[in-house]
Design a protein around this ligand. Structure first.
Ligand SMILES: [Zn+2]
Length: 307
């Protein structure tokens, strides 16, 4: 499930579209300025995050966590034809720590464990030889629907265990933990946090017979992955963890708070390419600052680089 910043938009009316186009306008302008003055940052690794691969209408998915099958195929074909190198999260974290970052490196991740990954995404992933990382909320496997999917909606259901095993063997895939219950980890008691982190990994390793070393914070927005949680993950043997904060990762990035690029149903290929180029990286920080100004809480924006 995506960050609260995304979850904040509950309806898709004129205001939504006006906001989206305003963000597009600023992003394109920012991208043009950077290109003009050659402000492109040093090599980086972008980690894309997908959820459900399903043909839902905007009205059916105001949280924008689904991507239509045809659009997903366009995006994977683009990455393949443009010569992007696909990395696992574990490999990306290792390269970021060693500062040995290849050109055009990208990581494709899926959160939660939707059945559509097996049914709709795998044929496309295999067609373009895409390596992916799947973050699974193990306690949700086999349930009729995810708690955030409205009853009767066309969102895909969670995978079953047998489907997850089939999926793990059907394409190049790294499996990571997304906790057991998918509750916001930072709000739980220390004992609950330890259980979510430890049990999810252990069950995945036992059931799938493969090591699990990477993690994605549920929701994953600003302030959902404080330092004590990053330490907890390290103590339990995780080597990397992904947030849902928008942006790229450069050499020396905090590997327990990796940034990602959220992809949703409104990311047609031109917007997808701009996101890959970093044109939208400013948007999360701006949202965060605006939210803190609105709430009157002038809290300093947390630096992901703080370990
Ligand atoms: Zn999630």
């Amino acid at each position: 499930m995506a960050a609260p910043a995304t979850a904040g938009a509950r309806s898709v009316g004129p205001l939504y579209w006006a906001g989206l186009w305003a963000i597009d306008l600023v992003s394109v302008g920012w991208f043009a300025i950077r290109a003009l003055f050659r402000l492109r940052a040093c090599s980086d690794i972008r980690i894309l995050v997908y959820h459900d691969i399903a043909d839902l209408t905007p009205k059916e998915d105001p949280l924008r966590v689904s991507v239509p099958v045809a659009l997903f195929e366009q995006q994977m074909r683009f990455l393949s034809e443009e010569g992007y190198r696909f990395l696992s999260v574990e490999e990306a974290a290792r390269l970021l720590s060693s500062a040995d970052i290849p050109d055009r490196a990208v990581v494709v991740t899926f959160d939660d464990g939707y059945e559509s990954v097996l049914r709709a995404a795998v044929p496309i992933l295999n067609r373009y030889a895409v390596l992916v990382t799947l973050f699974v909320a193990v306690g949700r496997l086999g349930e009729a629907r995810f708690p955030w999917s409205p009853a009767g909606s066309r969102f895909s259901r969670p995978l079953r265990w047998d489907e997850l095993a089939e999926l793990a063997g059907s394409c190049a895939m790294e499996i990571g933990s997304h906790t057991v219950t998918h509750r916001p980890l930072h709000t739980l008691s220390p004992a609950e946090q330890a259980t979510e982190v430890e049990a999810s990994r252990r069950v995945l390793e036992e059931r799938l017979g493969r090591p699990v070393q990477v993690f994605a914070y549920p929701f994953g927005g600003w302030n959902t992955f404080p330092a004590h949680l990053r330490d907890l993950l390290r103590r339990h043997g995780y080597t990397a963890a992904c947030t849902n904060v928008m942006g790229a990762n450069v050499a020396g990035a905090n590997t327990m708070a990796l940034r990602r690029v959220r992809i949703g149903w409104n990311d047609s290929l031109w917007r997808f390419r701009l996101k890959l180029a970093g044109a939208y990286d400013w948007s999360d920080r701006a949202r965060r600052v605006l939210a803190s100004l609105r709430s009157g809480n002038h809290e300093k924006v947390e630096s992901l680089e703080n370990t």
